[in-house]
Design a protein around this ligand. Structure first.
Ligand code: PGA
Length: 258
């Protein structure tokens, strides 16, 4: 068994209407009930407008599934058109948030600074945060994978709030940008190398104990065909899954592999 347990996290991005969400959860409930996993969790980051119905359903039907939001603003309220605040999430019973997904970084101008602000604010308000990091293909080809990961994590490992949260309320997802939604998965060796670098960085810049307690998830074209091999790597503590989380068949197959 993995020392940190395994987290299977789905990222639905901008997919599934409320009705589809409820149908999915109805199908998922018996699977989770019949195949409980010791020390492992399942979580889905659903679109913001489905958070409330999903959170309610999970609570009412006692489904062992964590529901998370795909982003949250660092201010509690104010003139930030189109954004969602942590108090709004907490009001509907959501205490999980994904921060710094590469689509947020590439398409919506998220930077290491805003990732830090969103992370710290969410942590200070009692949320659990999964921060995404990962290099582009160009950066990898230029031999910059390590320095990109270091710079994406640098502000976090320096910040007192984040430092204290690693391993408890703060975890990391390594998602190489070239593997997201492309069908090209990192090989177990490539993923293992990046995960080991991240773990090492946390060990030296935060502390060995916090580093060892931190879950580092792999994301990028995870499927039932490649998940087992990835999961066999010692520093890979689960998956952050886009495409294969959308269909109940592939999603439950992934769960069966844990
Ligand atoms: P993918 O997406 O599994 O479809 O590659 C992963 C993600 O973006 O989190």
């Amino acid at each position: 068994m993995k020392p940190r347990g395994v987290l299977l996290a789905g990222n639905w991005k901008m997919n599934h209407l409320q009705k589809e969400t409820l149908t999915f959860l109805d199908a998922l409930a018996p699977v989770l009930k019949n195949t409980p996993k010791q020390n492992s969790q399942m979580r889905i980051y659903v679109p913001a407008l489905s958070l409330e119905v999903a959170a309610k359903k999970v609570k009412t039907d006692s489904i062992l599934l964590q529901i998370g939001c795909q982003n949250a603003h660092y201010e509690k309220a104010g003139a930030f058109t189109g954004e969602i605040s942590v108090p709004m999430l907490k009001e509907i019973g959501v205490d999980q948030v994904l921060v710094g997904h590469s689509e947020r970084r590439q398409l919506f101008g998220e930077t290491n600074e805003t990732v830090l602000k969103r992370t710290v604010s969410a942590l200070e308000q009692g949320m659990e945060v999964l921060v995404c990091v990962g290099e582009t293909l160009e950066e990898r080809n230029q031999g910059k994978m390590q320095s990109v990961l270091q710079s994406q994590l640098e502000l976090l490992v320096q910040h007192e709030t984040a430092r204290k949260a690693f391993g408890e309320k703060l975890h990391i997802a390594y998602e190489p940008v070239w593997a997201i939604g492309t069908g090209v998965t990192a090989s177990p060796a490539q993923a293992a190398e990046a995960h080991a670098l991240i773990r090492e960085l946390l060990q030296t810049k935060v502390s060995p104990a916090y580093a060892n307690a931190t879950r580092i998830l792999y994301g990028g074209s995870v499927t039932p065909a490649n998940f087992k091999e990835l999961l066999a790597c010692s520093d890979i503590d689960g998956g952050l899954v886009g495409g294969a989380s959308l269909k109940i068949e592939s999603w439950t197959q992934l769960w069966a592999l844990i």
